[in-house]
Design a protein around this ligand. Structure first.
Ligand code: GLA
Length: 713
């Protein structure tokens, strides 16, 4: 058994409403050789939580493990922490791994930034553990910087960004995460963890459809909603990643999160510094719903001034025409869309040479003259003459094997020497980490955006890297292909912002395969899933809105019942559902009758009236898709308007058929003493009534959705 001394005075960081305090923990061996010291969490919670003993303080008694193994370490290497999961594994190539650092210095800027530096002089490694508060939010960004200070290169085998520690009671932790697969992204999933490790991530070169790089941690004994300490993390990384949650003995959960190098390790040359991706850490005292509002506010900040550009109502012809793109047909759809109040017409896949189906064309980004007999300019002009903006789909990283691009540059795709490259969706993937590939993509996009009046770009990516290599003189371990690809992707997105600021960018990867904070900071909207079937979409959006803000969530009204989910819902349902994000239409409106078009016209007008409240207000998720009635409620920043998009999921246990009472939704975030008037029928409700009695909803087989707009009187 060994015992350590108590913690030092903590460094304190403050966000808008929370406090985060860090101290130095140690193994109590003094300053002598082998002495261990590490940053340790003291407290994280609402402002004021720092007054009192740390919930993570402990006796420092250990047996068979070291004190470092049980400490709530904020970042700790293998070596110092030999058994229970380290955040950093490093060593000289071919030699034993293990970092044994000493504390060098702390640098704090007011209560908003902190750097803690540690050196391993034997190995020649400096590690700076960094914290930065994001102004006006309850988010702290954390990351690490690793510098090779010796004369020999280092091999970094695990390079996590940060670890977070959450105190829990004997029943362990409730973990909420977003899981799925293609067409079923963002499924709200809960796992109770009492002991052991839960690990998830992606090696697909993108965050992936299977798991979002996002996690919420609560004490399983606390409620999921309402007043409940809720801790969230999100990794800012568009490539391979992992999160590992360790439920440790003695009431603590520790989460390690970071990127995962494709080659299994990164080589750090003398003098070089590697900066890990940032881990955004959020806290809310108001359960999962409160945490979602913290993330929404954070993502509105990521959008910067672009938040205030209204997201246009789009029509996208993909579900109507697929690869059968022809100017006359597209124009017929555009005329119908314009008449309904749509603001933007997007031609999806299939507009360029060689793209008759998904077997060809990618890489040769020239409008196919056979599809646009009067020229592509003429076509774009005709769309714009209808009062619509024009948008285009591209998949810049993709290449079809038979394309001119692939013939000219077969070496631009990921490949392994002496191995055949597998095709996924009949296509190969460009190595966007190469500067010449990036330059090609930039030049292609510049050409299209300069040449044609395009004000919207949907950037898609439809296959992961498989035979991922870059044959050449450098040994595989000298490469960091995943990081290089991410850097190339961000370079192109940054270029689009700088060079074409008028272009709205939509991020997509076969649906929601590449949604993370680097993407959300550089795009205006993202496409969460290819699945637009009403009830499936509801579940996808429910999960999505826990992590991401409504102004980022592209959502289309399509033809029922949808590709995947045969459960029918009304057109009203599909509109109300899509209006909780950024509304678009993806149906084959060429087949819509007059009544459907009139209905759509009315919904689009109503959406334009409320979209500011939905995109900029406070969101409350009322109920879940498992309930008979659920809703997304948005409250305007000044509290003057409340928008409730209410949906009947069709379950009969909500509105009892026999007594015939309406179902009720208890609203949140209202002033109990104020009165609110329904803008449509003039009914007045007290705030306390809406909160405690609820907004009545009278569902029937034909009436399964309602948009209620209340104005504070
Ligand atoms: C992906 C996207 C779809 C559509 C098709 C086009 O699947 O997610 O929205 O753009 O590609 O091929």
């Amino acid at each position: 058994m060994s015992t350590t001394e108590g913690p030092s005075d903590p460094w304190v960081l403050r966000t808008a409403h929370t406090v985060y305090a860090v101290t130095l923990g140690g193994d109590g061996e003094g300053d002598g050789p082998g002495a261990g010291v590490w940053p340790e969490l003291s407290v994280w919670g609402p402002a004021g939580a720092e007054h009192g003993p740390s919930p993570l303080d402990w006796s420092r008694r250990t047996h068979f493990v070291t004190p470092a193994d049980l400490a709530p370490a904020e970042y700790i290497p293998h070596g110092l922490r030999p058994f229970n999961g380290a955040d950093l594994i490093a060593g000289r190539p071919g030699q034993e791994r293990g970092v044994f650092w000493r504390f060098v210095e702390a640098h704090q800027e007011a209560d908003t930034a902190l750097d803690l530096t540690f050196d391993d002089d034997v190995l020649g490694l400096r590690v700076t553990v960094r914290y930065a508060v994001v102004a006006d939010t309850d988010v702290i960004r954390r990351w690490s910087e690793l510098t090779c200070t010796g004369s020999e290169a280092l091999r970094l085998e695990r390079i996590d960004s940060a670890a977070i520690n959450v105190p829990v009671s004997a029943g362990g932790a409730r973990l909420t995460h977003l899981t799925g697969q293609w067409s079923q992204e963002f499924q709200f999933t809960q796992t109770r963890l009492t002991r052991g490790t839960l690990e998830f991530g992606s090696t697909q070169g993108v965050p992936g459809h299977a798991y979002a790089p996002w996690l919420a941690v609560q004490d399983a004994a606390d409620p999921e909603r309402g007043e409940s300490s809720t801790y969230g993390i999100a990794l800012e990384w568009a490539g391979n990643w992992h999160m590992a949650v360790d439920a440790e003995p003695g009431g603590a959960v520790r989460v390690r999160a970071g990127r995962v190098p494709h080659e299994g390790a990164v080589l750090l040359s003398p003098g070089e510094t590697l900066r890990t991706p940032r881990l955004a850490c959020a806290f809310s005292p108001d359960g999962l719903d409160g945490l979602s509002r913290v993330w929404h506010r954070y993502e509105r900040r990521l959008a910067g001034t672009r938040l205030h550009r209204p997201r246009p109502v789009l029509y996208n012809s993909w579900e109507a025409t697929a690869f059968d793109v022809r100017a006359d047909h597209q124009l017929a759809l555009a005329r119908r869309a314009a008449a309904m109040g749509v603001e933007l017409f997007v031609v999806d896949d299939g507009w360029f040479t060689g793209r008759h189906d998904d077997t060809g064309g990618l890489g040769d980004w020239h409008p196919d003259p056979a599809l646009f007999p009067q020229g592509f300019d003429g076509f774009v002009d005709q769309v714009r003459a209808l009062g619509l903006d024009f948008g285009l789909w591209v998949e810049p990283e993709a290449v079809s094997p038979g394309s001119a691009l692939h013939t000219a540059h077969p070496d631009w795709v990921y490949r392994l020497p002496d191995r055949t490259g597998r095709r996924v969706r009949n296509q190969l993937l460009l190595d966007l980490g190469r500067v010449d590939v990036q330059d090609f993509v930039l030049a292609t996009l510049d050409r299209l955006l300069d040449r044609y009046a395009v004000s919207y770009l949907k950037w898609d990516m439809n296959r992961p890297p498989t035979e991922r290599g870059r044959p050449g003189p450098a040994p595989a371990e000298g490469l960091d292909l995943d990081a290089a690809h991410v850097a190339g992707y961000l370079r192109v997105l940054d270029h689009l912002r700088a060079r074409h600021p008028h272009v709205t960018v939509e991020g997509c990867a076969g649906g929601g395969g590449r949604i993370d904070h680097t993407t959300l900071a550089r795009t205006d909207v993202v496409w969460p899933s290819d699945n637009t079937a009403p009830l499936d979409r509801l579940a996808i959006q429910y999960g999505y809105l826990h992590a991401h803000a409504p102004h980022t969530m592209s959502s289309w009204v399509t033809d029922a019942p949808g590709l995947f989910d045969p459960r029918p819902r009304s057109l009203d349902f599909r509109f109300v559902n899509a209006m909780s994000g950024v509304l678009g239409i993806g149906a084959d409106i060429g087949t819509w009758d007059e009544a459907q078009r009139a209905q759509a016209t009315e919904w689009i007008a109503r959406y334009k009236d409320v979209r500011d409240v939905v995109h900029h207000g406070d969101t409350h998720l009322l109920g879940s898709p498992q309930d008979p009635t659920c809703a997304v409620q948005s409250v305007a920043v000044d509290g003057s308007r409340v928008v409730v998009g209410a949906l009947s999921t069709g379950r009969l246990d909500g509105a009892p058929l026999v007594p015939g009472r309406p179902d009720r939704l208890r609203l949140q975030g209202l002033d109990p003493l104020a009165r609110y008037r329904d803008e449509a029928d003039g009914t007045e409700y007290g705030g306390a009534h809406l909160r405690h009695v609820g907004l009545p909803l009278r569902w029937s087989a034909a009436h399964d959705a309602e948009l209620v707009v209340l104005r504070r009187v």
